[in-house]
Design a protein around this ligand. Structure first.
Ligand code: PMP
Length: 416
């Protein structure tokens, strides 16, 4: 198989399957009598989170009344009364803390409800909630034990740490560069020591400092050509696209992306992370993801908050309001002459030198606008920027105030 493959060397003739044989792994676990399962749920949560009155106030004022344009609370749901009521109700009926790992006595109906809703949103067989997005990435990659990981150079630190801890060979490809990924897959394929290596391509979908979106369709094409699996980090996309899904849902790639990971801590207004995928994948994680097994379950209020926020992301106009604000703000900044690359709700206003970015952020702050300056080492030298994120709960007047402040300070600093 390998020989005919290397001689042919044409696209789609490679027949290696470099995926992960999770079914066999499960039987090995059974033989070792190590199979863990989530314990039966013995605490029943009262459900009724969706009945609470609406009326969210703007979560944009900090102590001295500044408009915040730098939060990941994209849908503004941390201040939504329905979401707050869900947290209160879960605390009152289930308790404030899980009290133990999910595998011991920390499993509740609120966790199960959240996982069901996540799986449905992601069109996956099952989902699993982790204590944080960081824990989800590190736990998942180490549990899979890949031989080789192909990773976008701008991937989040938690993916990078997962790669490091897993001891896999890491191959870093240029940001969103499909030809570079192809040539690295080809080169590694030619030098592969064993035909049954497992390969994983990992990428953020929305990149947190650049607002760029991964070319997922092309990545899936390459993954299938080379037999690899795809893992995506939808931290900055979850809840914002079709039906409250992420970029995978927007592109209709549910059947081609094996591991959909994300956080509950951004649009879903809570804390925690999740992984959605096949039954076999989740079974593997329940057994082998050490950050799941050996960490206390998500607090019930955190789980209930995320469920309610996901429900609202799916069934209200919050997403539309966010995207309207994004295009209003982006158009305004670009018309002024600012360079605002990217394709998402994250608007990086590129300034260049770090002193310029700091001066712009300080000037905006004096005018009541909070927009964080991002400097090296978080971004490459010469690309210091302001990371501007409108929220669904900003109104027209807020966006106009933000644009006016950018115009005034930009003029003063000679940036326009
Ligand atoms: N992935 C990405 C892309 C992130 O931006 C973050 C958080 N900044 C994480 C993972 C980690 O998520 P959490 O904060 O829930 O640990």
């Amino acid at each position: 198989n390998r020989e005919s493959d290397t001689t042919a060397m044409t696209s789609f003739t490679r027949m290696e399957d470099r995926g992960f044989d999770l079914e066999n792994r499960r039987s090995t676990l059974e033989e070792r009598e190590l199979k863990r399962t989530l314990s039966p749920v013995d605490r029943v949560a009262e459900r009724g989170y969706f009945a609470a009155a609406s009326g969210s106030e703007l979560p944009v004022l900090d102590a001295d009344e500044a408009l915040v344009f730098g939060s990941n609370n994209y849908l503004g749901l941390t201040a939504d009364q329905r979401v707050q009521d869900a947290a209160r109700q879960a605390a009152a009926t289930v308790g404030t803390g899980a009290g133990a790992s999910r595998l011991v006595t920390g499993d509740t109906m609120v966790h199960r409800d959240l996982e069901r809703l996540l799986a449905e949103t992601k069109s996956a067989e099952r989902a699993l909630a982790f204590p944080s997005g960081y824990a989800a990435n590190v736990g998942t990659i180490t549990a899979l034990e890949p031989d080789v990981i192909f990773s976008d150079e701008l991937n989040h630190a938690s993916l990078i740490d997962g790669c490091r801890l897993s001891n896999a060979e890491a191959v870093v490809y240029e940001h969103r560069n499909v030809p570079d990924l192809r040539s690295k897959l080809e080169a590694r394929s030619e030098s592969a020591s064993e035909a049954d290596e497992s390969w994983l391509i990992v990428t953020d979908t929305v990149f947190s400092m650049d607002g760029t979106v991964a070319p997922l369709v092309s990545i899936c094409d390459l993954a299938e050509e080379f037999g690899a699996w795809v893992m995506v980090d939808e931290a900055h996309a979850t809840g914002l696209y079709v039906d409250g899904g992420g970029v995978v849902q927007a592109e209709g790639l549910e059947d081609r992306v094996q591991i959909q990971m994300g956080t509950l801590s951004k649009a879903l207004a809570s804390q925690g992370g999740y992984v959605a995928g096949s039954n076999a994948l989740i079974e593997c994680l329940v057994n082998d993801a050490r950050s799941f097994v050996f960490s206390t379950g998500l607090t019930p209020p955190a789980a209930a908050t995320a469920s309610e926020a996901l429900h609202l992301a799916r069934h209200t106009d919050a997403r539309e309001r966010l995207w309207e604000n994004v295009s209003h703000l982006r158009d305004g900044l670009e018309t002024m002459g600012f360079d605002v690359p990217g394709d998402s709700q994250i608007l990086p206003v590129i300034v260049g030198e770090r002193t310029g970015a700091l001066a712009l952020a300080a000037g905006l702050r004096e005018r009541g606008i909070v927009a964080p300056a991002i400097r090296p080492p978080s971004v490459p030298e010469g690309t210091s920027r302001l990371r501007v994120t409108p929220l669904a709960t900003h109104d027209q007047a807020d966006i106009v105030a933000c644009l006016e402040a950018f115009r005034t300070v930009g003029d003063e600093l000679g940036l326009l």
